[in-house]
Design a protein around this ligand. Structure first.
Ligand SMILES: Cc1cc2nc3c(=O)[nH]c(=O)nc-3n(C[C@H](O)[C@H](O)[C@H](O)COP(=O)(O)OP(=O)(O)OC[C@H]3O[C@@H](n4cnc5c(N)ncnc54)[C@H](O)[C@@H]3O)c2cc1C
Length: 592
């Protein structure tokens, strides 16, 4: 089978072959073992304690559970064996993240520890720093937190005021400042802290929490993830040896931004696991709850909800595993070219940083949609703390805020595409110009393409033209000021997100059809249903964008272009959602 390796962002101008993508239906026995291990741990250790964790009844409970996860190898699974990890590949890391996902505050604590807490050391630490800290982080003996945000610098992280000043003897840095919203602050032993040397050079430091001069604020009273520890941290003349500088002086932004790429990606894998679990809980309830003498799952209105929840989760899952394989393959390619495995992972995540930002927005918004509908399916009981969906609803919301807000990630998605185009790394200009010719030409009313999902693949190609047309025209109009046009950037980001999700779904279904042709009709319909709605949204976002900057003939031509490029045979999406819902209702939970 043909395998095409795409570069980051190239999905907009090239077509990936289904053979290149990894799909959940291909998990190996070893990968299933990891997912079972994570699920068993959640079911037996975490879920029975979820209320206690949220109430902080037992202050050491979270710490004990993190340590138990460490003993099982769940914390260090992705770390190299020489540092106490298991060295699993990236696809297996994705599976693990998905299966650890539906664990509310526990998942947030683990994600902060294993992601933003551990990865700065893995990627940027000296050999001495790695040997000193990574084995303890893998086992859970050391608990980590990441201190970037401050009261006056959140999205604008580089505006941090925390300072680091070198002592006269040149042997220590003295840290002064304040960090805010720090996950795991209440029990972490090790902090990655961003501070400016001489108030100027943004740099990362490793600080052990027993160093004199560190104090904590009270636990924040939060809307959700109430069991995770979130506190302010104050640094007053905290003296640390110069060996604790992490990476290079003045290059803290490299650490902050690179670590966030993986963080965003993993967040999507986790929230996708949460979305599946919330769907299952809603379906079980809908099967049990009777009104008007029948289970509420027999009502079309409820089936519509379950069907749409499942379609969106399937699309988020397909997009996650597609990206997983892109990163996994890039790591392998770099390693076989001589790059060491740690550097390869960092480079691969950077290469696919556009896709990571897309996934962060997609996954967190699918989860919000799913938990909202889950509460609705529960009716009044959805509003009660006695049932699990209220917690899902509360805990979901944070995912659109941390790891870069969804607005920032949308702008990054478009901004990074354009930067790569300007640097000549991504040829957007050629395809964008050829679309202008396309627009002038007579539409091709030729024969419909033949082959499995061939019409859908043609539609994806057309949707790419729609996006390139809008982006090309907007860039021509605003030139260097384009990034100030945030509303248009948001429209374009949404168009890209829909394209990526629809294409990922179609690639997965095509692969599935090749693996198991007999089982693919339902999946084929899911892909068509998602695509049909995605094309409508792409058209609408395109309209919002072009009407904001074009007028007269130019506007009319682009609106016609949008209509043409997002045209798709009408399909009975109501029937598809109903079929999907029936399939899931019969199984008693999400089983796609
Ligand atoms: C529970 C929780 C846990 C957290 N854990 C950590 C942690 O462990 N470590 C850590 O360092 N931080 C952590 N954070 C902080 C989190 O990353 C920030 O809250 C987030 O980056 C947003 O920053 P902010 O809250 O200052 O919002 P702001 O940056 O003030 O943003 C407010 C609004 O303005 C929008 N906005 C901001 N800038 C722009 C712009 N240029 N263009 C358009 N819109 C813009 C945002 O999208 C948002 O909608 C946590 C936060 C919470 C709530």
């Amino acid at each position: 089978m043909e395998k095409i390796t795409l570069k980051g962002g190239e999905f907009l101008i090239k077509d990936e072959h289904f053979a290149s993508v990894f799909i959940p239906e291909e998990f190996s026995e070893e990968q299933k073992m990891f997912s079972d291990m994570a699920s068993d741990f959640l079911k037996t250790k975490v879920w029975p304690n979820i209320v206690k964790i949220d109430k902080h009844d037992d202050p050491n409970l979270m710490v004990r559970l993190i340590e138990e996860a460490g003993e099982l190898g769940l914390l260090g699974a992705g770390l190299p064996e020489e540092y106490g990890g298991m060295g699993i590949d990236f696809n297996t890391e994705t599976i693990l993240a998905e299966h650890l996902g539906p664990s509310h505050s526990f998942g947030v604590a683990v994600a902060a520890h294993t992601g933003i807490g551990t990865l700065p050391i893995l990627y940027f630490g000296t050999e001495q720093q790695k040997n000193k800290y990574l084995p303890g982080l893998a086992s859970g003996k050391i608990k980590a937190a990441y201190c970037l945000t401050e009261p006056d610098s959140g999205s604008d992280a580089l505006a941090a005021k925390t300072r680091a000043d070198l002592t006269d003897d040149g042997k220590h840095y003295v840290i002064n400042g304040q960090k805010m919203w720090i996950t795991n602050a209440g029990f972490a032993n090790l902090l990655t802290v961003f501070a400016k040397i001489n108030g100027e050079h943004f740099t990362a430091f490793l600080i052990e929490t027993d160093t004199p001069g560190i104090t904590l604020g009270e636990e924040e009273e939060k809307l959700g993830i109430k069991g995770s520890s979130t506190r302010q941290i104050f640094f007053e003349n905290v003296k640390i040896p110069i060996e604790n500088l992490l990476g290079e002086s003045g290059k803290g932004h490299k650490i902050a931004f690179n670590v966030l790429n993986i963080g965003r990606y993993k967040l999507c894998a986790m929230v996708m696991g949460g979305s599946k679990e919330a769907t299952t809980i809603a379906v079980k309830y809908a099967n049990e709850r009777k009104q008007f003498g029948v289970p509420i799952s027999s009502f079309g209105a409820i089936k519509h909800k379950i069907g749409e929840m499942a379609v969106r989760v399937f699309a988020a899952e397909s997009s996650t595993y597609r990206t997983s394989s892109l990163i996994n393959d890039k790591i392998n390619e770099l390693v076989s070219g001589g790059t060491n495995k740690i550097a390869a992972k960092l480079q691969a995540a950077e290469e696919f940083s556009i896709e990571c930002a897309i996934l962060k927005v997609l996954g967190s918004e699918v989860l919000d949609y799913v938990v909202d509908e889950a509460v609705q399916i529960f009716g009044g009981t959805g509003y009660s703390e006695e049932y699990p969906v209220a917690r899902f609803y509360r805990d979901s919301r944070i995912n659109r805020i941390f790891e870069g807000t969804n607005e920032i990630n949308r702008m990054l998605t478009v901004g990074m595409m354009l930067k790569r185009a300007l640097k000549g790394q991504l040829d957007l200009m050629g395809p964008a110009l050829s679309i202008q010719k396309d627009l002038m030409s007579i539409p091709d009313f030729g024969e419909a393409p033949e082959g499995y999902l061939a019409i859908e693949k043609k539609s994806l190609g057309q949707a790419k033209k729609a996006i390139l047309m809008v982006a090309g025209a907007a860039v021509q109009k605003f030139m260097m000021d384009f990034e100030k046009e945030q509303e248009i950037m948001m429209n374009l980001a949404d168009m890209l997100i829909d394209l990526y999700a629809a294409e990922s779904t179609i690639l997965r279904v095509e692969k599935l059809h090749n693996l198991k042709p007999e089982s693919s009709k339902l999946f084929e319909n899911i892909a068509k249903c998602f695509l049909s709605d995605a094309l409508e949204r792409i058209n609408l976002n395109g309209k919002h964008a072009v009407t904001a900057f074009a007028e007269g003939d130019e506007l009319r031509m682009m609106l016609l272009g949008l209509k043409r490029f997002t045209k798709y045979e009408p399909i009975n999406t109501t029937a598809v959602r109903r079929d999907v819902a029936n399939y899931i209702i019969e199984a008693g939970g999400y089983n796609l």
